[in-house]
Design a protein around this ligand. Structure first.
Ligand code: SAH
Length: 247
């Protein structure tokens, strides 16, 4: 799928200030300055109905913790959608969601606009999930305290796919997971550090040999560290034989 030329994220959260610093540095800051990425945060409490700006309540049926009320969330989404011409895909950050893999990130990067809903407390009223959320995304099989950090991870991973956000297109092509393989080992100067030497092939200047070495290192690492990924990888017969010979 082709990535969108630029992407707008609207983030609905009770902690909008958490989003300031991560998007003011480095690659994400440059992407925003270049108009490739737009991140707008919205404080959910703006849509609370009472003086205390309450957005949570006790769970029906009893039990520990609080649940986010449906009214402020629905009203917020209805107010945020018209803020840009494209309809935002409503994404709820949730342990029930699709795990955030390269494939999911690529699908999301084709969308022009997303509204990320960040849960807090024990979670949100089920009617939000059923009637206004388009998609749920999880950062992995672990529970964190809120949807904010997961949303930041999603934005970062998706923004890197927008053409022009990374320095050169090759930095994407050779990264981990892009062709189903982990990255090869990297070295920089000095060539010898505390007696540990850089593999001589990397200093040889033979580009074809370097490429071959890197490709084989990727195969080896993937087999050793993430054998679950290896099934989807295309290999030549020679590579397969080589890999079988390695301890
Ligand atoms: N009681 C819930 C967890 C609530 S944690 C459960 O057992 O599933 C509070 C919020 O943090 C969630 O609503 C969600 O928005 C966010 N969150 C927690 N873990 C997450 C994960 N792995 N991926 C994405 N969001 C997560």
């Amino acid at each position: 799928m082709t990535p969108a030329a630029s992407i707008r994220f609207d983030v609905l959260t009770i902690f909008p200030a958490m989003f300031d610093s991560p998007f003011e540095q480095s690659i994400m800051a440059r992407a925003r300055a270049a108009g490739l990425l737009d991140v707008q945060t919205h404080d959910l409490r703006q849509w609370a109905h009472d003086r205390h700006r309450t957005v949570d309540d006790y769970p029906f049926g009893g039990g520990a913790g609080m649940v986010m009320k449906p009214e402020p969330i629905f009203e917020a989404i209805e107010a945020i959608q018209p803020l840009a011409p494209e309809r935002a895909t409503v994404v709820f950050m949730s342990p029930l969601g699709r795990p955030l893999t390269r494939a999911v990130v690529e699908d999301l990067a084709a969308l022009p606009r997303m509204l990320l809903l960040c849960g807090r407390y024990e979670g949100i009223d089920e009617r939000v999930r059923e009637h206004v959320v388009d998609l749920e995304v999880s950062i992995g099989d672990v529970v964190v305290s809120g949807g904010e950090l997961p949303a930041m991870l999603l934005i970062d991973a998706v923004a890197r796919r927008i053409p022009g956000v990374l320095g050169s297109e090759t930095s994407l092509a050779e990264e981990s997971f892009d062709d189903g393989l982990l990255e090869y080992p990297q070295y920089t100067r000095p060539p010898e550090f505390r007696g540990w030497e850089v593999p001589p092939i990397l200093l040889s200047g033979h580009h074809a040999e370097v490429d071959k070495w890197r490709r084989r290192q990727r195969l080896l690492r993937t087999r050793d560290l993430r054998p679950d990924l290896l099934g989807g990888v295309e290999m030549t017969a020679a590579e397969r034989r080589w890999l079988e010979e390695q301890e």
